[in-house]
Write a protein that binds this ligand. Sequence first.
Ligand SMILES: NC(=O)c1ccc[n+]([C@@H]2O[C@H](COP(=O)([O-])OP(=O)(O)OC[C@H]3O[C@@H](n4cnc5c(N)ncnc54)[C@H](OP(=O)(O)O)[C@@H]3O)[C@@H](O)[C@H]2O)c1
Length: 279
Amino acid sequence: MHVLVVGGSGLLGLEVTRQALAAGHSVTATFHSGAPSLASVAWRSLDIRRRDDVGALVDAAGPDVIVNAAYRQADWVTTAEGATHVALAAAVTGARLVHVSSDAVFSGAAVRYDETHVPDPTTPYGAAKAAAETAVKGIIPSAVIARTSLIIGDGASRHEKHVHALAAGAGSGFLFTDDVRCPVHVTDLASALLELAASPYAGIHHVAGADAISRYELGALIAGRDGLDPAALPSGPRASAGFPGPIDVRLDCTMTQARLNTRLRGAREFLPARQRGTM
Ligand SMILES: NC(=O)c1ccc[n+]([C@@H]2O[C@H](COP(=O)([O-])OP(=O)(O)OC[C@H]3O[C@@H](n4cnc5c(N)ncnc54)[C@H](OP(=O)(O)O)[C@@H]3O)[C@@H](O)[C@H]2O)c1
């Protein structure tokens, strides 16, 4: 199978690329600011805001499957219009599309969300992700739209870097004790996306971790895994701080998990504590 990973240079896209290669697929992957050094991949520069460029690249690569993990949190054009360009190109070539979305499409009013809930975003980023979902669904009804939550790696995610900075007294801000999500490990997420790509399923799927935990608990788990002192992490409630955006959003993955061999571990499982000072 030939897999095209759009946003292959990002945290998730790189892991999808690695796993697709390991499974014996040929892989074309795109970057925007710089190509990673991973070999055996056909790296291509792409700006998904440019509709014609996206069409030309997909036409030339001729993939069986496209996984779209590209986005820019503060840029509507990349996140919403870029996703539309990828879906249009996939429709022209007949490629199977797996589009990555976010729990940010929800306001948190319902707290627990399964795949039947319709988006009610309250932030520009959430609105862009919801618009992208609508476009993808309208252009390719058979596409998979995979909503996920905080993506954690083995130190590489921005969430882990933020915790490391706070633990070192170098970062600003604090970790919310009331802001709840379902963090997922990037290896579980990438594996699930490739499984869904090879499946006959269509439409919305929730692909997040099994544990609903606060950002502070997540930070403490990261610190514990990395031999740092959780007590050094500044913490406090988000609700009283007046930050905009959803507070408590829990993706219910029951339906999707039943369709997968990949087990979507919770953060308490994939972030085991280790001895301090062994990092
Ligand atoms: N990270 C999370 O906690 C989280 C939570 C929920 C949902 N998600 C979703 O998961 C997906 C992947 O997230 P991630 O954390 O892996 O993101 P990431 O590490 O920030 O990677 C983003 C990717 O998009 C590419 N990109 C940015 N602007 C582009 C443009 N104009 N044209 C083409 N490519 C562009 C980047 O390329 P360069 O790096 O080369 O510039 C990079 O490959 C996204 O759909 C995101 O909405 C993420």
